[in-house]
Design a binder for this molecule. Sequence first.
Ligand code: NAD
Length: 304
Amino acid sequence: MTSAEQAMEFKLGFIGLGNMGGPMASNLIKAGHAVTGFDLQAQNLAILTAQGGKKANDVGNVARDADVIILMLPAGEFVRDVLCGKEGVFAVAKPGTLIIDCSTIDVATAREMAREAEKHGFLMLDAPVSGGVMGAQAGSLTFMCGGDQKAFATAKPVLEIMGANIIHAGGPGNGQAAKLCNNMLLAISMIGVSEAFNLADALGLERQKLFDISSTASGQCWSLNTYCPVPGPVPASPANNDYKPGFSVAMMLKDLKLAQEAARKSDANTPLGQHARDLYQAFEELGNSEVDFSGIIKFLRTKK
Ligand code: NAD
């Protein structure tokens, strides 16, 4: 039997069926997996059952029977509750169960949960994603995975149903580390590209000209070439749709805060990451939490 065929025998549990977890679970069901899920919101459970999944009444009922348990929760404290609670995963799951945490959480909690999982005889992988709700629906997410080789190899065929790129970033917590480093870099590059367009405007340089030159010269990057923050040069970018997300300011700010917390705890020097966090915080406080993160260009234009 191939590892993909073996994986099809797994009973899957899914905890956290929101904007991301809902479509991810749906892709697992479509691929033929038996999926039992739990969410605090009844409407998310109704969607799961309408698609052929089975609903559970609590975390314990998901965890007792599952071979693989996937979490897609808002933050580290939710993951801790679900795993360490009295009737939580660690208390009731079978030894040898694989736990895959796809939530974006802080590195320290991810590493602590991996140590606890090992003590209890479970396999554990942190596997945060990029690709957003559209990637979750299309099954084209990128998974950045942290954990040992056995956990990664067991998880891979399951993750391949939900994603297009499955990357092993190293030991426990390294998936979260990769996600935070990448998104800090993304925020900084988006601010840099925005400042370049604002300066071009002030100097009378046409936006399209700047794009044509920089997108093929040393200034090229994803924030410019694929996600350009001014309307026109890249027709599919959110700038052409009044900065509707996309990837919201609230999501970016969450990741920038996690990156700064990780930098503080590990004594890493990230002055631009800190400044990016402050700028996105100020932008959000003006009521922009649901705006796409490339909308920061408007804020930078008016800031004195
Ligand atoms: P969401 O708020 O839509 O979904 C989270 C779900 O978890 C909710 O439905 C909530 O009811 C459920 N939940 C909370 N506590 C629970 C518990 N104890 N038991 C069962 N269910 C519980 O959030 P989302 O947008 O789906 O994001 C989930 C994770 O994915 C977050 O960590 C986020 O940072 C990350 N992420 C989101 C995106 C995005 O574009 N939305 C992109 C990349 C990563």
